[in-house]
Design a protein around this ligand. Structure first.
Ligand code: HEM
Length: 415
């Protein structure tokens, strides 16, 4: 029986910090393999790379999520005991709750709210010499997310709440102060939403009929019991936070527009170019580096042994930057999506496989539509100058975004 190729370092934790996003890709290329063994924080891990390995990773009979998400990620990014950490029937029932909010009408309603917010904010930008898109888009998306979910958000609180959602995301690859800031942001946000849920359940506050907040407040799980106030808050934040996180992709899209102004014309004239462009933003730019799961029971794959309980990482970034799956992978080239639909396993910035039965991101359609909306807004509804600034991003920082935050100057509404 072949043995899984082993990384030469005794423990690769420092290499992950040093190399960042391409950690798995680097070794996959060095050892010419889509699978290798390593050690992270002294724990044995199997690293998987590429679409075939992604298909294996998304087989729920082979892998489970319980025990795979580190506590430091649960206390910042996703919340403790959230949908991401469940398996089987419990997971499917919760996942259905999320997917029930993702029908075309519901997504369209969110897009209408978001479009209004972009326009209203751009009126204010006209009064300012410069604006930083990374922070501005967080506020826009936060207002839209709260209105769509059904959570009241006084205007005076927008900046703090939006920043808190961004800090939770910013904490996922951070140690020390960054982790601490993310944790405090989560504590504040959970308290805010928990108090709101209590009021709703007491009848002291109302939620719009048919809204996601209503569905979560009155949802009953496999045990027939409603969520605790805390759990309801965590799952509501599982909608609000990732909508605000789309800002990262919007900032990258604006960087691509600034660096290759020809895209503005293509976006205005070529049918569906907004779709190709948004897909390429999600392929090309880094967000999540890898995903983790644990082996459910001993099994073999291509003769390699996977022992029960082993932590296994799936390479997101590297799968998008391997020339075997994406020709000329380090070139930003939206046209690649003109003649090619992604498979469920080769374009995986938000996970792969099936939405209903697996862990693939519930908000992928919202993300694509929000990106298209932003790109269309930036190319059709406003004009602006881009002053000299540092639009580069680090591949070692997780998450990462253009260093300047994308500064726009002299924004003018054109419609
Ligand atoms: C899960 C990425 C936006 C809701 C995930 C996963 C990733 C991801 C990598 C995990 C997949 C897995 O565990 O296999 C992203 C990125 C986004 C984004 C990069 C955009 C910046 C959204 C939005 C929503 C959302 C807009 C909702 C409004 C969720 C939920 C899950 C999830 C509920 C858990 C799914 C499950 O465990 O079954 N996302 N996401 N995400 N995402 Fe997103």
């Amino acid at each position: 029986m072949p043995t899984i190729p082993r990384d030469t370092s005794f423990d690769s934790t420092l290499d992950v910090l040093r190399e960042g996003f391409p950690f798995i890709l680097n070794r996959s290329q060095r050892y010419q393999t889509d699978i290798f063994q390593s050690r992270l924080l002294l724990q044995k891990v199997i690293c998987l790379h590429g679409p075939e390995a992604a298909e294996l990773f998304y087989n729920p009979e082979r892998f489970m999520r319980n025990g795979a998400v580190p506590r430091r990620i649960q206390t910042t990014l996703m919340g403790q005991d959230a949908v991401q950490t469940h398996d089987g029937r419990e997971h499917q029932q919760r996942k259905q709750l999320f997917m029930s909010m993702m029908n075309p009408q519901s997504v369209q309603y969110l897009m209408e709210i978001m479009a209004d917010e972009w326009r209203a904010t751009a009126h204010e930008w006209e009064q300012q010499r410069q604006v930083t898109l990374f922070a501005e888009a967080q506020d826009i998306l936060c207002r839209a997310a709260c209105a769509w979910v059904g959570v009241p958000l006084p205007e005076a609180d927008v900046r703090q709440r939006a920043q808190d959602f961004a800090l939770m995301v910013d904490a996922f690859g951070g140690v020390g102060p960054r982790h601490g800031r993310g944790k405090r942001a989560r504590t504040r946000s959970e308290r805010w939403i928990r108090d709101f849920i209590k009021e709703v359940r007491r009848g002291d506050a109302t939620v719009p009929p048919g809204s996601p907040a209503e569905a979560i407040a009155w949802f009953r799980g496999t045990d027939g019991e409603p969520f605790s106030n805390q759990m309801a808050a965590i799952e509501i934040i599982n909608l609000l936070r990732p909508i605000v996180a789309i800002t990262y992709y919007i900032a990258f899209a604006a960087k691509a527009l600034a660096e290759y102004p020809a895209y503005r014309q293509l976006l205005r004239t070529v049918p569906r170019y907004d779709h190709y462009f948004s897909q390429e933003v999600r392929r090309f730019f880094p967000f999540g580096p890898f995903l983790g799961a644990r082996v459910r029971e001993d099994f073999e794959w291509h003769g390699y042994k996977f022992p029960k309980g082993t932590l296994t990482l799936l390479d997101i970034y590297g799968t998008h930057h391997d020339a075997r799956f994406w020709p000329d992978p380090d070139t930003f080239y939206p046209e690649r999506f003109r003649d090619r639909e992604p498979t469920p396993f080769d374009l995986i910035p938000q996970g792969g496989g099936d939405y209903g039965t697996g862990h693939r991101c519930a908000g992928e359609w919202i993300t694509i539509e929000s990106l298209k909306l932003a790109v269309n807004f930036l190319t059709r509804e406003v004009e602006y100058d881009v002053p000299p600034q540092d639009l580069s991003y680090s591949l070692q920082r997780m998450p990462t975004y253009p260093k300047s935050g994308v500064v726009l100057e002299h924004v003018r509404l054109v419609v």
